[in-house]
Design a binder for this molecule. Structure first.
Ligand code: SF4
Length: 435
């Protein structure tokens, strides 16, 4: 990609590891009320886990890993019948419950009950390839037109008060063009939108250079849940998103990252933290700010921060005044803020907010068939293998052990398969495996 847009030394490597991490991922159900293209999980009706099973998974998480929050995902967790009890259970364990949902099942009443149960935040997944066709209003809308829907949820949460509000979208090659406008929209609502997440699309496509195996048995690639019937771009990288955002926000600067397990300069999680208000972005925090936040939070609470409360994120002004001595980026933001005040001192009465922009670059296939995963994966989840051994596994690839009993091995293709190879091709039928 030519010269790097942000050298690795300008970034703080998030201190998240397998046993000590900001986040852990819990899936109470695989059932969903949408069938989004690009989803990593097969939608399975009535796949709700019992609350006892969930408590067991939480016990297992807590025996293996310190965590600040639990991302409650799925499927859609709002179709899980015991969601209130689940949120209460997580909260009672001193963890922050974050609900990852498409929002469809969220009513004001349910939101109110979830708040009482202790929900800390929501991450709404909204993008144009979710097949929201059942609702006429959202049919065939592009990313920017869907901002109206995003705003509906952001305002709903703001009216309830005190709940962190994030949005994530899967980004495809043809929706990349909308990213700067989404970042712009987030600024216009910086007082009620805490985080925007862009997840880069990954699927297996017909021209894949790999064969897929479980043990020595070859798998028909079209049976793998995350495959596409046609050729499309599946290797967008985080720096491309940064470059795109810079078309509208030339100063846009990431400050922290998680590397790939196979490549130090793969920006698998690339985090930017900006300070501003609806009128103006004053600046972007630097790596020292991120380090200070992570280390001091860990010192105080013995775990790494993942989600901050809306109350904390409203403290943009104090952040600039108090932390500018430690961090170049914050210092620059403070200078811009002071210039902004000089023009009109009454602007002092406008709050400044912190807002996160996160880019996630899921698994990358290495030429030898290895997969470069996020090193210090925050979205790790529970799996019990066929021998009854409990493990922490990547949620983005959970479909593999769910369907085949293990993770797939990828082997660079030979020109012609031998007869033996052809015999080995197993054609898994999902319904049989679900038995
Ligand atoms: S490895 Fe997969 S599950 Fe873990 S953070 Fe990366 S994309 Fe998410």
């Amino acid at each position: 990609m030519g010269k790097p847009y942000f050298p690795i030394e300008s970034l703080y490597r998030m201190p998240w590891t397998m046993p000590d991490n900001g986040i852990t991922w819990l899936e109470p159900t695989s059932q969903c009320n949408l069938n989004c293209y690009g989803c990593y999980r097969k939608n399975i009706k009535d796949s709700h886990k019992s609350i006892e099973q969930i408590k067991h998974e939480l016990d297992f998480f807590q025996s293996q890993r310190k965590s600040d929050c639990i991302s409650i995902a799925g499927g859609d967790p709002l179709v899980y019948p015991n969601i209130i009890e689940l949120v209460k259970e997580i909260k009672s364990r001193g963890l922050k419950p974050i609900i990852n949902t498409n929002g469809i099942a969220l009513t004001k009443q349910l939101l109110h009950e979830l708040k009482k149960a202790g929900v800390f935040g929501f991450t709404f997944h909204i993008d144009s390839k979710q097949g929201r066709g059942r609702e006429e209003k959202w049919r065939n809308k592009n990313e920017v037109e869907l901002n109206e829907l995003r705003l509906y949820y952001a305002e709903m949460l703001a009216a309830e008060g005190g709940i962190a509000c994030s949005f994530n979208s899967t980004i495809y090659s043809d929706t990349l063009q909308y990213v700067p406008e989404l970042v712009d929209w987030a600024q216009k609502h910086i007082d009620i939108v805490d985080t925007m997440v862009f997840i880069l699309f990954r699927y297996i496509t017909p021209n894949t250079p790999f064969d897929f195996y479980i043990g020595d048995s070859k798998i028909v690639w079209t049976d793998i849940h995350y495959h596409s019937e046609y050729e499309e771009i599946v290797d967008l990288k985080s720096p491309m998103i940064v470059e795109k955002i810079r078309e509208k926000f030339p100063d846009f600067t990431p400050s922290a990252f998680l590397n790939g397990t196979h490549k130090a300069d793969d920006y698998k999680w690339l985090l930017s933290e900006r300070i501003g208000n609806r009128d103006k972005i004053f600046g972007y925090t630097g790596k020292k700010f991120m380090e200070l936040v992570m280390i001091s939070y860990h010192f105080m609470f013995d775990k790494y921060l993942s989600y901050a409360s809306p109350k904390t994120l409203r403290m943009g002004r104090s952040t600039m005044f108090l932390l500018s001595v430690f961090d170049k980026g914050v210092r620059k933001a403070l200078k811009n803020y002071l210039k902004y005040l000089v023009v009109n001192p009454l602007r002092f009465f406008k709050r400044a907010h912190l807002q996160s922009i996160l880019i996630i670059q899921p698994p990358d296939l290495m030429p030898n068939g290895d997969q470069s995963m996020c090193d210090g994966c925050p979205d790790i989840t529970y799996w019990k293998d066929k021998d009854g051994k409990e493990k922490l596994v990547w949620s983005c690839r959970l479909e593999e052990p769910m369907k085949y009993g293990d993770f797939l091995r990828m082997v660079p293709k030979r020109e012609k398969g031998t007869e033996k190879e052809k015999e080995n091709v197993l054609h898994y039928n999902y319904n049989n495996l679900a038995d």
